[in-house]
Design a protein around this ligand. Structure first.
Ligand SMILES: NC(=O)c1ccc[n+]([C@@H]2O[C@H](COP(=O)([O-])OP(=O)(O)OC[C@H]3O[C@@H](n4cnc5c(N)ncnc54)[C@H](O)[C@@H]3O)[C@@H](O)[C@H]2O)c1
Length: 269
């Protein structure tokens, strides 16, 4: 059901690869809520993924941008503003990749070139998108910029390897840039710390099914789905959250506040 929460708002949604992607669901919900937006992903994802199908469904276009390239991001903003006919009200950064995680590298055996790549793609890209936006003055007042995080930024999940540091940096950037952009232009910057979600990036983490089930058992409300995450993103893009900024917002069914749950106790017994 639509509430027209994003009527008249323009934005960019990155990271939709296939139907499982969190960003895919955000695009569908944002469209339903009346937003106009451009979709973007890395050039390689445009070739491998199904983003063009999503663009057709959402009646929009895809602009390729590698989040590690300043030039690509500048081009993404310029073209988006042109096509949408004005500055932007929201940006979703839904980008994450770790070669170390992908290749199952143990935390005591990380490849440092890949480590830098993980940080560059998954965290510094958030700063890059914010810094280029500021320099180009591409965002309207009270625009909302959102990144997607995971609780491995605060707690240790051994198989998450260097992505734990990437998420810690991502959340820190939301605070530092949130202060700067709020002061300069009343722009909001937040991260959502989402439950484990069955997506291409999620499934790349070894032991994912086990910690998906564990998190579900630990959370009084159960794991949050990609669709539910999309609902939360839409609210954070809307005018109903105009004073929410510099936060890491848990969207995890209560997992982050739990010690142990009766279900886990029962299982252990
Ligand atoms: N799936 C989970 O369990 C989970 C939980 C919490 C947070 N997150 C985060 O949500 C975000 C979206 O991931 P997802 O789970 O929807 O998986 P996904 O694999 O569908 O999305 C990840 C996206 O990042 C894109 N990407 C990778 N390298 C890029 C680059 N250089 N430039 C531009 N885009 C690039 C991929 O093409 C892909 O579309 C990520 O930040 C992820 O860490 C996921």
């Amino acid at each position: 059901m639509s509430h027209n929460l994003l009527k008249g708002k323009k934005g960019i949604i990155t990271g939709a690869l296939n139907e499982e992607s969190i960003a895919w669901q955000v695009a569908l919900r944002a469209k339903e809520e009346g937003a106009e937006f451009i979709l973007s992903n890395a050039p390689v994802a445009l070739r491998m993924g199904k983003i063009n199908e999503l663009a057709t469904t959402c009646d929009t276009e895809v602009i390729a941008a590698d989040a590690t390239s300043l030039e690509d991001i500048e081009n993404l903003y310029t073209q988006s503003a042109e096509k949408l006919g004005g500055k932007l009200d929201f940006v979703l950064h839904s980008i994450g990749m770790s070669p170390n995680v992908r290749k199952g590298r143990d935390y005591g055996n990380l490849n440092y070139d890949w480590y830098l790549k993980s940080l560059d793609i998954s965290a510094l890209s958030f700063h890059r998108m914010l810094q280029v936006a500021e320099k180009m003055d591409i965002l309207n007042e009270y625009a909302s910029v959102l990144g997607l995080s995971y609780i491995a930024a605060q707690r240790t999940f051994p198989d998450y390897a260097d992505m734990a540091q990437a998420k810690a940096v991502l959340e820190s950037i939301a605070r530092s840039y949130g202060e700067r952009y709020g002061r300069l232009k009343k722009v909001r910057v937040n991260t959502i710390s989402q439950s484990p979600t069955k997506t291409t990036a999620g499934a790349g983490v070894s032991g994912f099914d086990a910690f998906f089930d564990y998190a579900d058992m630990m959370s009084p409300l159960g794991n949050a789905s990609a669709e539910e995450c999309a609902d939360y993103c839409v609210v954070l893009f809307s005018d109903f959250t105009k004073k929410v900024t510099m936060q890491n917002l848990y969207h995890d069914g209560g997992f982050s506040a739990m010690g142990i749950s009766p279900q886990v106790v029962e299982k252990m017994n």
